[in-house]
Design a protein around this ligand. Sequence first.
Ligand SMILES: *[C@@H]1O[C@H](CO)[C@@H](O)[C@H](O)[C@H]1NC(C)=O
Ligand SMILES: *[C@@H]1O[C@H](CO)[C@@H](O)[C@H](O)[C@H]1NC(C)=O
Ligand SMILES: *[C@@H]1O[C@H](CO)[C@@H](O)[C@H](O)[C@H]1NC(C)=O
Ligand SMILES: *[C@@H]1O[C@H](CO)[C@@H](O)[C@H](O)[C@H]1NC(C)=O
Ligand SMILES: *[C@@H]1O[C@H](CO)[C@@H](O)[C@H](O)[C@H]1NC(C)=O
Ligand SMILES: *[C@@H]1O[C@H](CO)[C@@H](O)[C@H](O)[C@H]1NC(C)=O
Length: 624
Amino acid sequence: MMNHNNKFSWRLNARLRITIFLLSIFLLLTYHIFNTVDKNKPEQASNSLDSIDTDTTNIINITDNLDTTNINDSTGITDIIDNNYKGKIGKIKETNNDIIETDKAVDTSNTQSTVPADNVDFLNVINKVSYLPKIQSDPMNFVETPEEKALRESRRESVKQGFLHAWNGYVEYAWGSDEVLPLTNTTSNSFNGWGATMVDALDTMWIMGLTDEFKNATDYIANVDFTSSQNVISVFETTIRYLGGLLSAHELSGDEMLLQKAKELGEAMIPAFNSPTGIPYNTWNLTKGLTENGYRPYASMGILSQAGTLLLEYTKLAQLTGISTFFDKVQHVTDVLDKAKKKIPGFYPLYISQTTGKFMNDEINFGGMGDSFYEYLIKEYIYIGGAIDQYRRMYEESIDSMSKYLVKEGQVINYPDLLFLGSYSSGTFVPKMEHLACFVPGMLAIGSKTLDRPQDLELAIKLAETCYWAYNSTTTGIGPEDFSFFVKGELIDPKKLKLLTPEWNDKLLPYGVYEMNGIYLLRPETIESLFVLYRVTGDKSYQEKGWQIWQAIETWCNTPTAYSGLLNVAGTNIVQNNNMESFFFAETLKYLYLLFSTPDVISLDTYVFNTESHPFLRMLPNYN
Ligand SMILES: *[C@@H]1O[C@H](CO)[C@@H](O)[C@H](O)[C@H]1NC(C)=O
Ligand SMILES: *[C@@H]1O[C@H](CO)[C@@H](O)[C@H](O)[C@H]1NC(C)=O
Ligand SMILES: *[C@@H]1O[C@H](CO)[C@@H](O)[C@H](O)[C@H]1NC(C)=O
Ligand SMILES: *[C@@H]1O[C@H](CO)[C@@H](O)[C@H](O)[C@H]1NC(C)=O
Ligand SMILES: *[C@@H]1O[C@H](CO)[C@@H](O)[C@H](O)[C@H]1NC(C)=O
Ligand SMILES: *[C@@H]1O[C@H](CO)[C@@H](O)[C@H](O)[C@H]1NC(C)=O
């Protein structure tokens, strides 16, 4: 279903239809010719073109020599963790200009009559942007006394000082590297060595008013070559951290260099989408655009969150550069995921074949490997002002199924009302709640306001309570990576309770919870949801909760150099893990800072956050 409130006159419409018709004929002919001419095309690829008719790789010609014969889906999930998968060597056109040039012809391919009903080209998106209902609470609800204001500002300053502490450690010991290791003062470079911390931290520095730090970082970034890398890159991580960070910092500061870098990076990554179905490869050798030395992106299994969490970044890149190919690529991924057969409406399994476009298992998770796919459905809808109804439909189907099948009451002593969010595997409910899934309350809250689903806000408030409770129940006041819970009515098996190690047993998550992974990676999700709920409800208790968590981080994670994750959040001997991911700068500290800022600072009615907490300006009607 599409919105029909577009502003085209009937004349334009008629012309458009004729153009579309002629283009369709042209494209069908082109398609036919290539299909006939290209006899070397691997069988799997052509098969998939039959089933997924929106695939444009055939026309782009980037993948002409891409050899997919060695891709084998039936090996299953082990493919995904096989770094050493040997594929056949292929060659590819190298220059980025070629890629964009040839792709221009592809823009129109979305007007083929065979594409899914919701598929639209980017111009169409821009023309259909409309105002959506407000997300943030009425400004009246944020009124504060002078004392409250002073307290809030002192807390905000504390977070800013924390940021500076961590940043200065990075500057001193790891300038230009991806991350500083906060105990050994050494570096790590798992994100191509382009300075992940620096790029991820840019917009946070801008928001905090750290303009000198911002300037020094952009001076460095101006000389980073985002089109070549020593390592094989993760398409997903590169997109959410680097591309998202560059785009957001560009929008906030107006620095054109950052947009130029984002464009170069985006262009260099486009070939990663040229799998037989258009579902991007998980990893990519940027230097060549295709693998050499038999090094090939982790075989053929696409991961839901990795494939589905590129939407905002590439749509934003299309908006800012005017190159609609960037949008077409990610919209096509949505269409493939939308069309793929599912057992339960709105439940998208975690693995999808890049060769066939079919889901490969039945694992459903709003935590790791699934999470931000669902997040981006509603966020893309918000970002483009509701221009494509497909995103609303997909989101609502997912949330309806999630609420129905994955949310359960527990049986924690003294907390009988807590609701838990589990997952689903092999036809069975899995009663494990992940820290990663604690972004869900925030997602539900913005979706609730945008789509007028009041029941979702109630659920959001309850799930956020559970995420906070998990923090408040440990000795450190910091929540674990995950834990399992007993569902209401289930007989408590004492053997299962023993799975909590003796060290945790007396101090930790109360009776009713068993088996826990007590690691803490400085993750943001719980704070993120507290921040969103504060903005949505105006309820100041969320600030109190966030403040408690920040104090716990100060107490347990602080090192002389920066902040460190923890090996265990409970027990008597708390151990730091010598790790500080760049998302601590991008997300954890930013959400904390915003929690103690006035609601006009990065308003949710003006911005939408990518999954790495980089704020993007939402499109407005009549954008041009
Ligand atoms: C596609 O690539 C082949 C060789 O790689 C070339 O001969 C052909 O002209 C290309 N087609 C287009 C449309 O660029
Ligand atoms: C795919 O892998 C499976 C399991 O390793 C094997 O049995 C099968 O023959 C392979 N198929 C192809 C086409 O290589
Ligand atoms: C910026 O870089 C200059 C030159 O290296 C240095 O002297 C200055 O202290 C830096 N400023 C900040 C705020 O880091
Ligand atoms: C990536 O490609 C370049 C150029 O072909 C090659 O030198 C490099 O070894 C490749 N890197 C990896 C990790 O495969
Ligand atoms: C749990 O919350 C209570 C009430 O706000 C607070 O007093 C206590 O310090 C918290 N405990 C931890 C470990 O965070
Ligand atoms: C790392 O640097 C801090 C100061 O930033 C210092 O206190 C600490 O001893 C250093 N650690 C090592 C292992 O050098």
